[in-house]
Design a protein around this ligand. Structure first.
Ligand SMILES: Cc1cc2nc3c(=O)[nH]c(=O)nc-3n(C[C@H](O)[C@H](O)[C@H](O)COP(=O)(O)OP(=O)(O)OC[C@H]3O[C@@H](n4cnc5c(N)ncnc54)[C@H](O)[C@@H]3O)c2cc1C
Length: 405
């Protein structure tokens, strides 16, 4: 069933809806690399050669860590072991730490490097093909999917009670109680972890333990528009990890926005300490860092936006990652239906594509299918209506095939 559904990509969905896409260009253009410890620029190849070397040695590094009885190694363990195994020191050791901790971990998985599992690092799948920006925002897709459906926004749920006798009762903060036979819960893992909504009876122990073990990563963004463009493409900055005001990677998005603009990524623990600053202080740090790397005074942005997803009670992070001591099967436990009444979807419930929008979409279709199939092997009218609206024959056909087999 899942194989059929995983054939769809969001690109195809967006194209079927005439939503404007733009080829991703984040990693194009001139790259500036700056080492804050020696206050000097360095060459891209200094980083790339160590990056290639790390990727080549990953299996050997895991084996050597396990042989040292480190059974659940983190990315910090991986970094230390890589440095040791290759006799790196000084600048090379700093570059290695930057690649493994700052780039791969903080600004990719979003988990602190001392907690992110090295065993499950890069174990997820990804789709082949080009990456795209959704030019005017993802909400175009969700708005089109939601056309003519009864979707209530700004209606926070505070509790879910369920029983074989009455089905589900969803209590909202200020819009009363909704009743249904069954429900699909799609709140982020961060909300489940923080008991942002209560379950009565409590979720099964096995599921709750999986929720406790899995973790929500934090990847935050600063988007800033400047009076003029004084950079080329990427700015990669090496500094002490977990220093306040440090942005490991800055990318040019001028082509996307049509204005001289950048997007700075910061994640993991680094983003948590950065967000202790005010937006103004964050922008000042970013400006200082860009000035250092570019060797000239970077003007103050004319406008900017700082995300604070980890502080948002309805998100509590960015997306899930697998920490040491957890494994992808915890995502299966998170996904498992409860009493054929509650079903679960969202990026963290798909162990193949977690952390992505694809995961969110596939897991939603999957949970809907599971819910329908639990009652009857025939496809339901509501489901069919929804997917007619999507008008993506890829999805429709694969779901039909799944239902017919
Ligand atoms: C910086 C960053 C970069 C990313 N880059 C990419 C990328 O390049 N490619 C990619 O595919 N993915 C990317 N992602 C990941 C992708 O955005 C997420 O995996 C995806 O949006 C998760 O979808 P979801 O539906 O599971 O969760 P969400 O989109 O978080 O939706 C959950 C919804 O539940 C609602 N909610 C929470 N609590 C309650 C409550 N109590 N009552 C009612 N509603 C509630 C929330 O308001 C929210 O609307 C990125 C994410 C970040 C943060």
């Amino acid at each position: 069933m899942e194989d059929g559904i995983s054939l769809i990509t969001l690109v195809e969905l967006a194209q079927s809806m005439d939503v404007e896409l733009k080829s991703e260009t984040l990693f194009e253009g001139e790259r500036v690399l700056y080492d804050n410890v020696t206050s000097s620029a360095f060459d891209s190849w200094d980083l790339e050669k160590l990056e290639i070397s790390f990727i080549r040695q990953m299996r050997a590094l895991k084996n050597s860590l396990h042989a040292r009885n480190i059974m659940h190694p983190s990315l910090d363990h991986a970094s230390d072991q890589f440095i040791k195994r290759n006799g790196l020191s000084g600048f090379d050791a700093r570059v290695a730490e930057y690649i493994i901790r700052d780039r791969y971990c903080d600004t990719f998985y979003g988990g602190p490097s001392n907690l992110t599992s090295f065993d499950h690092f890069w174990s997820e799948s990804s789709f082949f093909g080009e990456n795209f920006f959704v030019k005017k925002g993802f909400n175009q897709l969700t708005e089109k999917l939601a056309e003519n459906l009864d979707i209530r926004l700004s209606t926070p749920v505070k509790g879910v009670s369920y029983s074989n006798s009455y089905g589900v009762r969803i209590s909202t903060v200020d819009s009363g109680v909704f009743k249904a036979r069954k429900a699909i819960i799609t709140v982020p893992l961060g909300v489940l972890k923080s008991n942002g909504l209560t379950f009565d009876p409590p979720l099964p122990e096995e599921k709750q333990e999986a929720i406790d073990r899995l973790r929500m990563g934090s990847l935050e963004k600063v988007i800033a528009v400047f009076p003029k463009k004084v950079w080329g493409g990427e700015i990669l900055f090496l500094s002490e990890q977990n220093t306040q005001g440090y942005f490991p990677a800055i990318y040019d998005i001028t082509d996307l926005t049509g204005k001289p603009s950048i997007i700075a990524w910061h994640g993991g623990y680094g983003s948590t300490i950065n967000l202790q600053m005010t937006d103004e202080e964050i922008i000042e740090s970013l400006q200082d860092q860009m000035s250092l790397a570019l060797g000239q005074n970077v003007p103050r942005p004319t406008s900017f936006f700082v995300t604070r997803w980890q502080e948002n009670q309805y998100i509590r992070g960015s997306y899930s990652y697998i920490p040491t001591g957890s494994n992808p099967e915890d995502m299966d436990l998170l996904k498992a239906p409860v009493d054929n009444i509650l079903y679960f979807a969202g990026e963290a419930t798909n162990k193949h594509y977690y952390g992505t929008t694809h995961s969110a979409m596939i897991s939603g279709a999957d949970a809907a299918l599971e819910l329908i199939n639990a009652d009857s092997p025939r496809k339901s009218r509501t489901f069919e209506t929804l997917f007619h609206r999507i008008q993506t024959w890829w999805i429709y056909e694969s779901i039909q095939n799944a239902l017919e087999t």
